[in-house]
Ligand binder design. Structure first.
Ligand code: ADP
Ligand code: MG
Length: 478
């Protein structure tokens, strides 16, 4: 039997506010436990929540960025449950009437096709505190710094059909949140967390199968692995004639498996009701219009513009728009090297430059090689002064010592040899040194051609123009 995977994702994005959603306590990550929890976060009797207006603007920004309906009136409700890291005994969330309604997000798949994923809703809520089980033996520590941190929960429709699509959706959303500057996207610190709802059904069946929800997977790679594991598990169960239980599961990255955590609770278990301490949230058209003017060029639009203006492939363009800083860097380079060299620029930025930045854990805004310096280097590749291979040496020198490409090329004597006579002399020398290989080549061992190219390049210390070497060698070896 052929099976189809169905995935819906719930993303919790921590909003980039200075203070909490209903109190004035700070939200900065990494503070000493319980130094950023005020009386409200501790649920002291008599304290009352006051909505931080910044979160409303941020939610509206997202709503606009995903073409969603923005509800002019939304309601904060209490979601009741008991847990030690939730001192009030309820979480303030939105349920019946969320701030952001139906919207959608376009994702780009690996084969270059596009797919639109529906977004069901996005609602504001507060985070809970943190229970710390590992630090203390026989005891649990409680850190309430995180209690009351603003979250935007973004719920997708069950419209993804593979782990790869789920990851593409998450990356697209992650990029978008950073473009509109409402979430720092730091997954290690938990600023962008994902619950994956996974089910399978026989191919062609209309009804969805029973789903399991995998909680809080904190990297793109683990989301993909967790989903794939879960799909296999469910198919194996169904093929043995067993049933899937609707439940919450935990992904164990060390063992690469999901484990049952608890049976799935239903909405009515939480006794949602409107929070009497908070008024309905009213948004006016003017509020929305004001926020609309603050939106930057969004990643999807930027991608299409780069593809159109510079003849880039969807793949290159989508990599370049991953962050605004990366796209700016690219645009600064092509402003100098021009459209004919745009592909070369994209390759270098996504290749050597990104690799070096990763290696030294640097952001592109702190790149030791500036767009101008890289451009000067690219121009020397483009006008055949140096080969792509030698350019790597120049790049390394630029990275380490700064300066400019022309000076480095002159100083190290890296200028490409394009003089036919000089290259022919080297070829002759290589032929003289390797009579056996020559004989073998001439008796039909075509593969030895690469050997000769290698020897010539070596003898020229990488400086011979590779195309000319190829052409001249073909002639001489006959
Ligand atoms: P809850 O809040 O209880 O987790 P929701 O109805 O809000 O439940 O759905 C949560 C997520 O589960 C949504 O992203 C939705 O797309 C997804 N989902 C719902 N049914 C299925 C299913 N059968 N298979 C996979 N995902 C599903
Ligand atoms: Mg859920």
């Amino acid at each position: 039997m052929e099976w189809e995977t169905v995935i819906g994702l719930e993303v919790h994005a921590q909003l980039r506010t200075k203070s909490k959603i209903f109190s004035g306590a700070a939200t900065a990550y990494g503070a000493e436990p319980n130094t950023q929890a005020c009386t409200l976060d501790l649920a002291m009797p008599g304290t009352l929540p006051v909505l931080n207006h910044a979160v409303v603007e941020m939610a509206i920004k997202l709503g606009l960025a995903i073409d969603a309906e923005i509800n002019k009136r939304s309601i904060f409700e209490r979601k009741n449950y008991f847990y030690p890291d939730l001192p009030k005994g309820y979480q303030i969330s939105q349920f019946q009437l969320p701030i952001v309604g139906k919207g959608h997000l376009k994702i780009l798949l690996e084969d270059g096709t596009e797919k639109v994923i529906g977004i069901t809703r996005a609602h504001l809520e507060e985070d809970a505190g943190k229970s710390m089980h590992e630090e203390y033996s026989q005891q649990t520590g409680l850190d309430l710094n995180r209690a009351g941190t603003p979250l935007l929960e973004i719920v997708s429709e069950p419209e993804m059909r593979s782990a790869k699509e789920a990851v593409a959706y998450l990356k697209t959303l992650h990029t978008l949140l950073r473009y509109i500057d409402i979430c720092d996207g730091n997954m290690q610190e938990g600023s962008f967390r994902c619950d994956a709802n996974v089910s399978v059904r026989p191919k062609g069946q209309r009804e969805f199968g029973t789903r399991a929800e995998i909680k809080n997977v904190n990297s793109f790679r683990f989301v993909e692995k967790a989903i794939n594991y879960e799909v296999e598990r469910q198919i194996a169960l169904l093929e043995r004639g067993e049933k899937i239980v609707q439940e919450t599961r935990l992904y164990d990255a060390d063992k690469n498996e999901t484990r049952s955590m608890r049976s799935k609770e239903e909405a009515h278990d939480y006794r949602y009701f409107p929070d009497p301490d908070l008024l309905p949230l009213i948004i006016t058209i003017e509020d929305i219009q004001k926020i609309l003017t603050t939106l930057p060029e969004l990643p999807e639009k930027k991608r299409l513009r780069l593809m159109h203006d510079f003849d880039l492939t969807p793949y290159d363009a989508s990599n370049l728009v991953m962050t605004q800083a990366l796209a700016n860097y690219f645009e600064n380079v092509v402003a100098i090297v021009g459209k004919p060299n745009a592909k070369l620029a994209a390759n270098w930025i996504m290749g050597d430059l990104s690799a070096s930045l990763n290696k030294f854990n640097l952001d592109i805004t702190n790149s030791p090689v500036t767009p101008k310096q890289l451009s000067e280097l690219l121009m020397r590749i483009s006008d055949n002064t140096i080969s792509g291979k030698i350019a790597k040496t120049v790049f390394e020198a630029l990275w380490e010592n700064g300066g400019n490409a022309d000076a480095i090329i002159a100083e190290k004597g890296l200028k490409q040899v394009t003089d036919t006579g000089a290259i022919e002399a080297i070829i002759q020398q290589v032929i003289n040194n390797n009579p056996m290989q020559l004989a073998d080549y001439r008796s039909g061992k075509d593969k030895l051609f690469g050997f000769f190219v290698g020897e010539v390049m070596k003898l020229s210390r990488g400086k011979a123009n590779p195309q000319q070497v190829n052409d001249l060698l073909k002639e001489k070896l006959q």
